[in-house]
Ligand binder design. Structure first.
Ligand code: R5P
Length: 327
């Protein structure tokens, strides 16, 4: 089927990433006027005709999460009423993902509510990177393309010479073992597991560590870093067990509160993240490395536009030289 022209638009959450994606696709970002009414409500005006177009709206629902989510919903509404032929929501980071079940009585399932809101506003598809759990795809009654950032990390660490017996990829909790194993396989490395328990108040405690870390270079691999507690606990436990270097690879740098300060003051050798969420100046430190997912997203967007397989894109290189901050 002949589709309308491809256009890329950005909300206010991560315009640098959106610009970079648009550049990879040989175009500039679509014209949007985003603002606030005097009472703080969000105002949106699309500055070009979108009638009959294949629109991709790039907007991670990162902090300020409620502002970014509401802006996304209003944007979708504007594109729908502007007669876009198809609206794909691109959430490189999908917030509200962790409340995906009733862990205790009388709790909401916020992830499902947000999925309903996005679909209800008029989105036709969703493209995301490293959702907190794979099952979230089923919360959407829309096609979801779910990309792993693993390949970007694998290429980066291979480029730095991380490969083979000397390297252990560690999952900092039992839920992440499958993803850690896939990265370990890419690097022909060993697998380690930190078993942690999280209390109702959110503090975590290391219960058990599985693997041989003596004189090894370790990469802790996780989907997001928020307070940094998980990574800091794991780092301490791995150093106590003889790790020579402890690196951390995390897709989404949420970095709430004073997480960056705590990580900068820790014995962590390096923290490598992706630009799914912008890292503002005051959160950067000398051992922070930011890799871009713009090639990964641009490739997937082009394939979606052309009705080509997106999974095939995961076998091509999406690696850019890292951007180094701080120092
Ligand atoms: C947990 O399931 C996630 O994969 C992360 O380990 C967690 O969200 C990290 O949070 P924090 O940095 O606050 O420990």
């Amino acid at each position: 089927m002949e589709r309308g022209p491809l256009r890329i638009f950005s909300g206010s959450a991560n315009p640098a990433l959106a610009r970079s994606v648009a550049e990879q696709l040989g175009q500039s970002l679509g014209a949007l006027d985003l603002g606030r009414f005097p009472d703080g409500e969000i105002s949106v005006q699309i500055g070009e005709s979108v009638r009959g177009t294949d629109c991709f709206i790039i907007q991670p629902t990162c902090p300020p999460v409620n502002e970014n989510l509401m802006e996304l919903l209003i944007l979708i509404d504007a594109f729908r009423r502007g007669s876009a032929e198809r609206i794909t929501v691109v959430t490189p980071y999908f917030g509200y993902a962790r409340q995906d079940r009733k862990a205790r009585g009388r709790e909401p399932i916020s992830a499902k509510l947000v999925a309903n809101l996005i679909a209800g506003a008029g989105a036709d598809r969703l493209l995301a990177i490293d959702l907190h759990t794979d099952q979230l795809q089923g919360f959407f009654d829309l096609p979801v393309d779910h990309l792993p950032a693993r390949q970007v990390f694998a290429e980066h660490f291979r480029y730095l010479g991380f490969k083979g017996e000397d390297v252990v990829v560690v999952s900092p909790d039992v839920g992440g073992v499958h993803q850690a194993k896939l990265l370990a396989d890419e690097l022909e490395a060993a697998l380690g597991i930190v078993v942690k328990r999280r209390s109702a108040t959110g503090t975590s405690e290391v219960l058990e560590v599985i693997g041989d870390f003596s004189e090894r270079r370790v990469i802790i691999y996780d989907d997001m870093i928020q307070t940094g507690g998980t990574v800091l606990d794991a780092t301490r436990a791995l150093i106590e067990r003889g790790a020579r270097e402890v690196h951390c690879a995390v897709t989404h740098p949420v970095l709430s509160g004073n997480a960056s300060e705590r990580l900068a003051a820790s014995p962590l050798t390096s923290l490598t993240v992706c630009d799914t969420i912008p890292v503002p100046e005051h959160k950067r430190f000398d051992r922070l490395v930011v890799l871009t997912v713009s090639l990964l997203l641009a490739d997937a967007i082009e394939r979606i536009h052309l009705d080509e397989s997106v999974s095939a894109s995961l076998h091509t290189s999406h690696y850019h030289q890292p951007r180094l901050f701080g120092g």
